[in-house]
Design a protein around this ligand. Structure first.
Ligand code: BG6
Length: 490
């Protein structure tokens, strides 16, 4: 599985990867309240901390041929022999399209107050642009209403990789700015129809993955292996699409709608806690994220990135940089594994990346190294570099083998080990005033895990993919306890 392991090494793919995010309207008092830990509980999180869980459309919905939904690149890719390790597809997945009420009940039983889901673009626009499909919109209206009636806040992701196939065929997908324009129109439509009830929107989920794996290594849909220059251009187009969507939502959504990206930030952290390595990790984090987060938040590509890319640098205009850096309200960070351990160096650019030992421990997914301090250091450094006021951990969680015990229950103590260690480090961050405002556990339930098919289980709820029965794992009790007490530890 070495291939799979290395496919998650985003920073190396991004190459050498910053104006701060606009401060929100929150006054000083509110800010103080938000970052004050709950004084009544050991290991407490700030008042009002958002506890949530997350899924994505293609991974759970199924019903790929129903109610006028168009094809996505993942429909085509998963049906291409040899692409999915266990030969499965998302055709049925969790059948969430029909069972969404049951799934909302699961979230309620968990005690989570927020749910991050994604809209399937081809369900709303079967061709990606042109006429919308009213039945597709009806589904998300029903889902959102059900969530709100259950006291759960809907957090909507516009793009979690299921690009309409038609845009791939007509424009080459994200290779063309035509797709960016279609994305902005789709974002405007969603904003117009849903922001009466949806107050938070993530634009793109993990540009860093769908660009490099979809267009570089070809592991993910659409399965292309383009040149470095073309991949850099696709990455640039993804940033442009993000910026255009921010503008479209501001123009067409309700005032006060909060918007931000959800990025798999290339996770650089100091090899150990010494001031010189911390400073070096700060430089590294900015450079390793130069091609998306930094240009989104700073409005420019760093000199080191442009030098690294050389003749393969993306082509862009000043106007595009202005659009890309449209102010956002928060930054979503998907944090799973440490990616680069950094030490100080006395040569430019001031840091060295240490080799990763072969013996580094990992979870059931080979790529998922166990480094709880990642969720402390990365938000802390990101907040400092980009002067952030609101960070959400838009994903964190782990796969586990999850075999039922003789009594039929699933005692996923390995997942609980992972979560309690990561959450303890997250609490350390919030207690020190790092502006992390919420956390979305990936995932609510086992689902279609992209190239792994149904073979990797990330859920709090176990799903039997024959019967589609959902069963709580022990980690449901763990997370419910954390949420109820707003704390890790006792
Ligand atoms: C994140 C994605 O990268 O990681 C999720 O946003 C995905 O959609 C999760 O399910 C696990 O990734 P993988 O590659 O193990 O399926």
């Amino acid at each position: 599985m070495v291939g799979i392991f290395s496919r998650r090494q985003f920073a190396s793919a991004t190459g050498l990867s910053a104006l701060g995010i606009a401060a929100t309207a929150a006054g000083a008092k509110e800010r103080e309240m938000k970052s004050a830990p709950d004084p009544h509980t050991a290991g407490g999180f700030p008042y009002g901390f958002v506890w949530g869980t997350a899924t994505s459309s293609y991974q759970i919905e199924g019903a790929v041929d129903e109610d006028g939904r168009g094809r996505s690149i993942w429909d085509v890719f998963s049906h291409t022999p040899g692409k999915i390790l266990d030969g499965t597809t998302g055709d049925r997945a969790n059948d969430h399209y029909h069972r969404y009420k049951e799934d909302v009940r699961l979230i309620k039983e968990l005690g989570a107050k927020a749910y991050r889901f994604s809209v399937s673009w081809p369900r709303l626009f079967p061709q990606g642009d042109g006429a919308p499909n009213p039945k597709g919109l009806d589904f998300y209206n029903r889902l959102i209403d059900e969530l709100l009636a259950s006291g759960i806040e809907p957090w909507l992701t516009l793009y979690h990789w299921d690009l309409p196939q038609s845009l791939q065929e007509r424009f080459g997908g994200w290779r063309s700015t035509e797709t960016c324009k279609a994305f902005a129109d789709y974002a405007a439509f969603v904003a117009e129809r849903l922001t009466d009830r949806v107050k938070h929107i993530f634009t793109l989920n993990e540009s860093g993955r769908f660009v490099y794996f979809g267009y570089g290594s070809g592991i993910d849909a659409p399965g292309l292996t383009l040149s470095k220059a073309e991949v850099n251009q696709v990455r640039h187009n993804s940033a442009l699409a993000h910026g255009l969507a921010v503008q479209a939502i501001r123009a067409r959504g309700r005032a006060g709608t909060k918007i931000g990206p959800a990025e798999n930030i290339a996770a650089c952290l100091p090899a150990f806690d010494a001031p010189e390595h911390v400073r070096a990790a700060e430089i590294a984090l900015r450079e390793m994220n130069a091609s998306f987060l930094n240009v989104v938040l700073e409005g420019k590509y760093t000199d080191a990135f442009l030098k690294w890319a050389g003749a393969d640098a993306p082509k862009f205009s000043a106007e595009e940089l202005r659009i890309i850096s449209s102010p956002v309200d928060f930054v979503g960070l998907n944090i799973y594994a440490p990616e680069q351990y950094i030490v100080a160096a006395d040569h430019a650019p001031g840091f060295s990346v240490l080799p990763m030992p072969a013996s580094f421990p990992h979870m059931s997914s080979d790529w998922l190294r166990i480094g709880p301090e990642t969720i402390y250091w990365v938000p802390r450094l990101a907040a400092k570099i980009w002067n952030l006021d609101a960070i959400y951990i838009s994903e964190n969680g782990t796969s586990s083998v999850d075999e039922p015990a003789p009594d039929g229950r699933i005692y996923d103590t390995d997942r609980i080990m992972y979560l309690r260690n990561y959450l303890a480090q997250l609490q350390r961050a919030t207690a020190e005033g790092v502006p992390v405002r919420g956390y979305f556990l990936w995932s609510l339930m086992d689902n279609f895990e992209w190239v792994f098919g149904l073979n990797k289980r990330f859920g709090l709820y176990h799903v039997d993919f024959e019967t589609l029965r959902r069963t709580p794992k022990l980690s449901v009790s763990f997370y419910r306890n954390v949420i109820a007490r707003n704390a890790v530890g006792v």
